[in-house]
Design a protein around this ligand. Structure first.
Ligand code: NAD
Length: 551
């Protein structure tokens, strides 16, 4: 199915579809596959191992064609990346409804998924790949920046200056790690096995240096750490070998995490396997490859636990590495926590999460104007103000210009309405697509990640993402998606996404007001239901109505 064609979203304020909602979906689908954005556009792979935007090129063409023709009372159904139905609905209904990679729980394994995928029946959508709201590495950069800022607050007096973070993986998501660490003032050493991935991060300014070998890397990071200088250094190697080796050498590491594609054992390179042999070997002998990958992950995590035992701050960064390492035979894999219970859950209790928007004009000036608007609205939050300023200076746009920042319940709809006004008044040159990651406060059930260690033990309850998708469909979102397996792999997560479009119209304002309230509202409701006091406070202060509470 590999095909060498170049896809790029249309720019400007002229419609190629019949309305801005379909136009936005079309531009965002195309943008996901822009070579500046996607990791392997020729295979329709956007990020996250094999997260795809459409099942195959024929489906991509058919979806594009239907979006161009879609009326504003019609809805396109997309089943795992393939268009399967066109329905008459109404103007408040989503223009596109998407379900990706969903399997009945007893069948929800990678083996069964791959069997069905080989038959051409399904597709892995990751989170924002199959729901057409991936914005390149910036999306994760902000979340990673927040996470490292929380680490700094918890352990290092509010800054990472003078600390060394050891991690691995410089892919679509993982590539954000070095810049997020340096933005927090720290030093990062990142292990990556694929030279092309490392060079890409160097070229886009996310990584400062690529070391010639491990000795060179250790020398550079040691120096920077001692001088309290922010610096990121990549080193080529296999994390399953390099992490234990650094432990053996007694290198002083303060923080350890990982963002290789461990959620899919075929996307984690086993020690002793050459990058050039990777794809062929995984295809030819998936079971043997999986076994070797899991053994390697066990060695990798054993190294991380060694650093934990030595007093380092160690956390799982949402890729299932601990689960796979345990399957690989390492009993203490869960000795360290996931990043959500460790740092992010209090934010989820306030309905906070990764709010993002994309200038469909393609004009960076539109994002600069929205940055100013966000600062006017929320500039009194120091972390947010610092992020928007740094992002404006240091984030290179990939594909259509976009911005992300974390906003909570009661905030997101204000931003959406402000953008809508700016479009109506001509301050922005074209409409804006407003969406989010599925990694959000009320849209995901993922017991190894977003819902790890819930206060009431409800980690695996998956009614919440289903309700979230229904709520967004009922509230006026432009497209809504329901996926399985994102982030942590098959059988381990169910999650939903939404995108709504600000086009300056009165109708868009009414939809934005509802969607951007009800969607984060689900986060407050979900965490209230689990018994979090902070969520209860948010609900009381911001008037989120919850039955059977306090009466
Ligand atoms: P990716 O596939 O684009 O990149 C993974 C990188 O890991 C690749 O560059 C690969 O070469 C490298 N790698 C694989 N095995 C290795 C090994 N043994 N040693 C060194 N490098 C190795 O994936 P991505 O988009 O960067 O995502 C990384 C992981 O993070 C995935 O598991 C994804 O599901 C998860 N994820 C986390 C979050 C979060 O918020 N924390 C969000 C989304 C996804």
């Amino acid at each position: 199915m590999t095909e060498s064609r170049t896809v790029r979203a249309a720019r400007g304020s002229t419609l190629t579809a019949r309305n801005w909602q379909s136009e936005a979906a079309l531009r965002m689908l195309h943008n996901n596959l822009d070579p500046e954005v996607a990791e392997r556009p020729e295979d329709l792979v956007v990020y996250g191992g094999t997260g795809k935007a459409a099942r195959d090129w024929a489906s991509f063409d058919a979806i594009s064609g239907h979006l161009t023709e879609l009326e504003d009372d019609e809805t396109l159904l997309v089943q795992s990346g393939k268009p399967v139905g066109l329905l008459r609905t109404h103007e408040w209904a989503p223009r596109v409804l998407i379900a990706n990679a969903n399997l009945v729980p007893d069948w929800a394994s990678w083996e069964e998924f791959r069997r069905l995928e080989a038959l051409g029946l399904t597709m892995y959508g990751q989170m924002t790949a199959g729901s057409w709201i991936y914005i390149g590495t910036q999306g994760i950069l902000q979340g990673t920046y927040e996470t490292f800022a929380a680490v700094a607050d918890k352990r290092f007096g509010g800054s990472l200056a003078g600390t060394l973070t050891l991690t691995a993986g410089l892919g679509g998501m993982g590539g954000a790690q070095p810049l997020a660490v340096t933005m927090n003032g720290g030093v990062a050493l990142v292990v990556e096995c694929d030279a092309a991935r490392a060079r890409r991060r160097l070229d886009t300014g996310y990584l400062d240096r690529l070391a010639t070998d491990l000795d060179d890397a250790v020398r550079r990071v040691d120096q920077a750490r001692r001088a309290r200088q922010a610096l990121s250094v990549g080193v080529l190697g296999n994390a399953a070998e390099v992490v234990p080796e650094l432990l053996r050498r007694g290198v002083e590491v303060d923080i350890v995490t990982d963002q290789t594609s461990a959620h899919d054992p075929l996307a984690y390179l086993p020690a002793g396997v050459d990058v050039a042999e990777w794809a062929g070997y995984a295809r030819a002998k998936p079971e043997e490859f999986t076994e070797r990958a899991r053994e390697s992950m066990a060695a990798h995590v054993a190294g991380m636990v060694g650093f934990l035992d030595g007093g380092a701050e160690v956390f799982d960064y949402g890729n299932s590495l601990r689960g796979e390492a345990r399957l690989g035979g390492f009993e203490r894999a869960f000795a360290y926590p996931g990043f959500v219970p460790a740092y992010l859950r209090p934010l989820f209790c306030e309905g906070k999460g990764p709010f993002r928007w994309v200038a469909l004009s393609g004009d960076p000036a539109d994002i600069a104007a929205t940055d100013r608007a966000v600062l006017e609205l929320f500039g009194d939050q120091p972390g947010l103000a610092r992020w928007i300023a740094m992002a404006g200076e240091r984030v290179a746009f990939q594909g259509l210009p976009a911005r992300i920042c974390w906003l909570g319940y009661g905030e997101r709809h204000r931003a959406g309405l402000r953008f809508n006004e700016m479009i109506a008044s001509g301050e922005l040159s074209a409409p804006v697509a407003i969406g989010r990651d599925h990694l959000d406060c009320g849209s995901v059930a993922s017991p190894y990640r977003e819902t790890e260690c819930m206060a009431d033990g409800s980690d695996a309850i998956a009614d919440w993402p289903l309700l979230n998708a229904l709520v967004n469909s009922a509230s006026g979102a432009s497209w809504v998606s329901l996926h399985h397996g994102g982030g942590v792999g098959m059988g381990r997560s169910i999650h939903a996404g939404q995108v709504c479009v600000a086009d300056g119209s009165e109708l868009a304002a009414r939809k934005l007001e509802r969607v951007l309230s009800n969607d984060p509202g689900m986060g407050v409701i979900r965490h209230c239901d689990a018994g979090y006091e902070r969520a209860e406070r948010t609900a009381a202060e911001r008037d989120v109505r919850i039955p059977m509470r306090g009466d």
